[in-house]
Design a protein around this ligand. Sequence first.
Ligand code: ZN
Length: 49
Amino acid sequence: MSTLDILLRRVLGAERVLRECRNCGTTVAEDQSECGECGAEEVATYRLT
Ligand SMILES: [Zn+2]
């Protein structure tokens, strides 16, 4: 799979992964390892099917 394909899948929402801060519930971007709101490092990952 090319990089373009991966980008397209993300834009189109084909990759349904939700990352959420366990502390405050803020949605955390895939490239972030901690919450941008409260700084908590515990991020829950939900794979939606
Ligand atoms: Zn948080």
